[in-house]
Write a protein that binds this ligand. Structure first.
Ligand SMILES: Nc1ncnc2c1ncn2[C@@H]1O[C@H](COP(=O)(O)OP(=O)(O)OP(=O)(O)O)[C@@H](O)[C@H]1O
Ligand SMILES: [Mg+2]
Length: 307
């Protein structure tokens, strides 16, 4: 699959009342890529997304979607975008199907077939005959997503799409987004605080703090830069000896306890050497486990570094 740039932010700034809410953002999302937009509350994610879909004016810079400028060529730029920003706009007194049909009237080339297919894709095929006021929060989220996907957009933007979804719904959403990106070549921007979910879903992450982009990286590179923590179980009577040996090897020790468990920053590649040194000194090693930091741990670390 060729990797075209679907969306590009160039020096994007948003100023409200002389305050820079979003400052000089630059990043791109390619076709077939799921981009996780991460940042603490108030960082500027929704504001950025609102600028991407024309819900709020761009103060400086510009955003290009499939090469079309949001500022000067809005209709063309937005024609290939499907988005849910905050809560999806739905008419509660109409059925799911009527909602989708209503939306389909505003875009070209979407008929009954596309409506049914999209509803099936999102697992609401059985519900669309019922009025939306009878839907649960998760069902509404799914219907909102169906609405965003109806016209086969090349860019899908989802602000907090997991809100209100049950574990099964979250799992299905992940699979649907992966299918759209990896099989259909759609570019997807997702913002969410559910970092364990983002870790499973995203190909790339962009981290924003106080309106500024801190990093944009492939998720593998972002994770690889994290600490690797090893847990070593030794005979409890030998824990202090083990502690000193590992310390002497220049490793950072996180904790040790009387059960014989020691946590230290040791990469997997160094485990054989550590193990060898311990055994040489007659220490009985029962178990060694190595774990890379999670996305949540990495995120908190990056936030701390940039405070
Ligand atoms: N219309 C507005 N007028 C004044 N300030 C605003 C306006 N809209 C947003 N802000 C401020 O801009 C900052 C960024 O808000 P934004 O909603 O983009 O954050 P966010 O990253 O989406 O946060 P969250 O994770 O809580 O959704 C906040 O400090 C917010 O108070
Ligand atoms: Mg937000």
């Amino acid at each position: 699959m060729d990797r075209q740039i679907v969306v590009e932010l160039k020096n994007v700034t948003k100023t409200i009342n002389h305050k820079k809410i979003v400052e000089n953002l630059n990043f791109q999302i390619h076709s077939g890529e799921i981009f996780g937009f991460l940042g603490p509350n108030g960082a500027g994610k929704t504001t950025t997304i609102r600028m991407m879909v024309g819900l709020t004016r761009i103060s400086e810079g510009d955003i290009f979607i499939n090469g079309f400028s949001i500022k000067s060529d809005f209709n063309k730029a937005i024609s290939n975008v499907g988005a849910i920003v905050e809560n999806p706009d739905l008419y509660k007194y109409m059925t799911g199907y009527q909602n989708l049909k209503h939306f389909a009237r505003m875009v070209q080339g979407v008929g009954k077939k596309e409506i049914i297919e999209t509803a099936e894709l999102l697992g609401i095929g059985n519900w669309i005959k019922n009025p939306v006021r009878t839907y649960s929060l998760g069902m509404r989220q799914r219907l909102g997503l169906a609405q965003a996907l109806l016209h086969h957009p090349s860019l899908v933007i989802l602000d907090e799409p997991t809100n209100g979804l049950d574990p099964e719904g979250i799992h299905e959403l992940r699979n649907t987004l992966k299918y759209l990106a990896h099989e259909k070549g759609v570019a997807i921007l997702v913002s969410s605080h559910l970092l364990s979910e983002m870790q499973l879903m995203c190909d790339k992450v962009g981290v924003i703090q106080h309106g500024k982009l801190i990093t944009v990286q492939n998720i593998e590179d972002f994770m690889r830069a994290g600490k690797c923590v090893s847990s070593i179980m030794v005979d409890p009577s030998q824990i202090d000896m083990a502690y000193h040996i590992i310390l002497q090897m220049g490793k950072n020790i996180i904790s040790k306890d009387m059960s014989g468990k020691l946590l230290a920053e040791i990469e997997q590649k160094d485990i054989p050497e550590v193990n060898h040194k311990l055994m040489e000194s007659g220490i009985r090693v029962y178990e060694v486990q190595t774990q890379q930091e999670t996305l949540e741990e990495r995120f908190l670390e990056v936030m701390e570094e940039n405070k």
